[in-house]
Design a protein around this ligand. Structure first.
Ligand code: GLA
Length: 689
């Protein structure tokens, strides 16, 4: 059962760094927060040098004064453990705590996250600071919970310090037991890589080119996830022991970390840091990109960890570092829009990053709500408006969660394997984006789910359709689960390169798509990567729903029908495989299994959605242009339709019935116009039947 945050009401918070400001400012800051209906403050996650200015000398007085003052103003506090930014005395005295690059060169002090998770010294020093900090603050009435560390694996998600190599060996011994088994798992017979003693085994090192043994590379990522979780556990064990009355979370979603396992094992709920403006500066050449709206997909991924969660950092100004990262200022209304984007997708506690822009350091351009000058500005006014709205919404949304009948599924093994595998990784990224984008533009709410070893049939069965685009790694057990899903009525959709690798990333000596060939009723008789002189073949859609100009992108697998009852829905129209099947559907008891021999393009996704007659649940209530995101939060008979306008133009909406907007209290009817960056939360009538 996924773990969710439990709030009594929709709550607003802010990140605050008292150590960055003269003490004389604190009181005015807290007073103004309360005026804006901010009731939670997150602090302390980078303050190790304040707590322990010299090794073994602790001073918790500064934050005691801050907590007392916060308490006087009725503010609740989330404390961050400071292990993402160790003090300089620490790394100077114990260089073995530093992370290293693939060549073994150490990363030095100066930024943050420059340590490894495996050095016994770092683990010991972290346990000490966390223990002392929890002892100091556990009984303070302002404190409600803990954020451990900050953004695990941000900036750097690979670790090559000496102790990492050692810990990797221990992890492998645990996993494989013997060198023979390890050699087999890593296919060490290839290129004389056979190990004859454990000390010969290493994580990736400097090599003649950057292509490591792929089976080792996959285990390396699994190992990084495991040690990150073991490092987190050092901290959660201490907090659970000393402060069982507080909750524990952590923030951010970064590489090589199984956040589902982390949350299930150690946390009360997961938290995310949402900066939608990254979407606007990274969309490249794509046509009609989702831009800031692409963050809905990230929030949907977070939801698969915790259906209701905390956004620990919500963008509240332009982001940027002095060097490198730089982005435009959110236009009037966008901070509010992005805040409700988070709320739609399951946020019940929303914390802005940050109260005031830092005047010193790497992040002088990562703007907070307040500017350096500290006088009221339009961002302060916008957040104050949101504060007023949250106060009005209060408990209304609590207990409701995002509703979706369609899911795009991924899994950690395939994502990590796909980082290295140039034959499948890019297909995964393209197909997931194409599906999510078309679902967004067609107003069909979707979940992003993660298949795990312990995923139960009931978790899948709640979806009408599951798109599992290119799971190269596929076991017979997973195939059996997906077969049961289809048999009981589900529609499962695969793309090219499905099912040809085992759990180690070895290629099966079986016809593609291996374990799901029977389910799909096809095999792959020939294939090509689409690259260079090999252009995507054109598709001919059979039947009435012609997807004009659709091409089979990324990879072309020539399918062969093996089971009677398998329909060919599209065939290749060009290339030496013209006339051969490209897209098939097999009816499986109550459900269906689809197989498409390429990467999904938007046109093909549209054609499949038409064929499946997928419609938006909002269609009954209104018509809205593509620029608008629609989604429903519901529980029982309480249902709220969010209408979010990401466009710089007002959006004309056609309502099919009069509906009340919770934010303004107004009843809307006929053809109201949703302003630029505007938001409505419409109360829907009770579901019938
Ligand atoms: C992350 C970190 C914050 C801050 C912001 C802006 O989300 O958690 O400490 O650095 O990014 O860069």
């Amino acid at each position: 059962m996924a773990k969710s945050i439990r709030m009594d009401q929709l709550t607003l918070g802010v990140c605050y760094y008292p150590e960055h400001w003269p003490e004389s400012l604190w009181e005015d800051d807290f007073r103004r927060m309360r005026e804006m209906n901010i009731s939670v403050v997150r602090m302390a996650e980078f303050a190790w040098a304040i707590f322990e200015p010299e090794e073994g000398r602790f001073d918790f007085s500064v934050f005691h004064r801050v907590l007392d003052l916060a308490h006087r103003y009725g503010l609740k506090v989330i404390l961050g453990t400071p292990t993402a930014a160790p003090p300089v005395w620490l790394t100077h005295k114990y260089p073995e705590v530093l992370n290293a690059d693939v060549k073994g060169d150490l990363y030095r002090h100066g930024l943050r996250r420059h340590t490894n998770y495996t050095s016994p010294k770092y683990r010991e020093l972290c346990q000490t600071i966390v223990r002392r900090m929890v002892e100091a603050y556990k009984d303070h009435p302002a404190v409600i919970g803990w954020q451990i560390d900050n953004e695990f694996n941000c900036h750097m998600d690979v670790f090559y310090a000496e102790t990492d190599h050692m810990a990797f060996r221990e992890w492998l011994k645990e996993r494989y037991g013997t060198l023979d088994k390890l050699n087999e798992a890593w296919g060490a017979v290839f290129w004389s890589q056979t190990y004859t003693a454990w000390e010969q085994v290493h994580l990736t090192r400097h090599m003649v080119n950057r292509s490591p043994n792929p089976h080792l590379a996959l285990d390396e990522k699994r190992f990084i996830s495991a040690v990150t979780i073991s490092f987190a556990r050092l901290q959660t064990d201490i907090i659970r022991e000393l402060a069982p009355h507080h909750w524990i979370t952590t923030n951010g979603m970064f590489g090589h970390l199984d956040n589902h396992e982390l949350t299930d094992e150690l946390l009360d709920f997961f938290s995310y840091d949402s900066y939608p403006q990254f979407g606007s500066i990274s969309s490249g050449e794509e046509e009609a990109p989702l831009l800031d709206r692409a963050w809905s997909m990230k929030l949907a991924q977070v939801r698969s960890i915790s259906p209701n969660f905390c956004v620990m950092e919500q963008q509240s100004g332009p982001g940027g570092w002095v060097d490198g990262m730089a982005m435009g200022t959110p236009r009037p209304g966008q901070i509010r829009l992005w805040s409700y984007q988070s709320v739609l997708h399951g946020t019940d506690l929303l914390v802005y990053f940050r109260w005031r822009t830092a005047t010193v350091g790497t992040e002088i351009y990562w703007h907070g709500i307040n500017d350096y000058h500290n006088r009221p500005n339009r961002r302060v006014r916008e957040v104050a408006q949101i504060g007023g709205e949250f106060a009005r919404l209060g408990e209304e949304l609590i207990g409701t969660a995002y509703q979706a009948e369609i899911a795009v599924m991924q899994d950690y093994d395939n994502s990590w394997d796909g980082e290295l595998d140039a034959w499948c990784g890019p297909l995964q990224r393209q197909s997931v984006r194409a599906w999510y984008k078309r679902l967004q533009y067609r107003h069909i709410p979707a979940d992003m789910i993660t298949l795990r070893q312990n995923t139960a049939l009931e978790e899948l069965a709640r979806y009408k359709v599951i798109v599992y685009p290119h799971p190269a790694i596929m076991t017979d057990e997973t195939a059996a689960l997906l077969t049961r899903y289809a048999e009981q009525g589900g529609i499962i959709i695969f793309g090219a390169r499905t099912g040809f690798k085992n759990i180690h990333g070895h290629c099966y000596m079986r016809p593609f798509p291996g374990p799901v060939a029977g389910l799909c009723g096809i095999t792959v008789e020939d294939f090509t990567l689409v690259k260079g002189t090999v252009a995507p073949a054109e598709l001919r859609w059979k039947g009435s729903r012609l997807a004009e100009c659709a091409k089979a992108e990324g990879f072309n697998e020539v399918l062969q029908v093996e089971a009677s009852g398998t329909e060919v829905l599209a065939e290749y129209a060009t290339e030496y495989y013209a006339g051969k099947p490209a897209l098939t559907r097999r009816r499986v008891e109550k459900g269906q299994a689809w197989y498409y021999g390429a990467a999904f393009s938007e046109a093909v996704v549209d054609a499949i959605m038409d064929e499946l007659e997928l419609v938006s649940p909002a269609d009954r209530f209104l018509e809205a242009p593509e620029e608008v995101e629609l989604g429903i939060r519901a529980a029982g008979d309480r249902r709220f339709l969010f209408v979010l306008n990401y466009s710089a133009e007002p959006a004309p909406i056609r309502l099919k019935a009069a509906l009340k907007d919770l934010l303004s209290g107004a009843v809307l009817e006929k053809e109201p116009v949703l302003p630029t960056y505007g938001v409505w939360i419409l109360e829907l009538p009770e579901a019938k039947g």
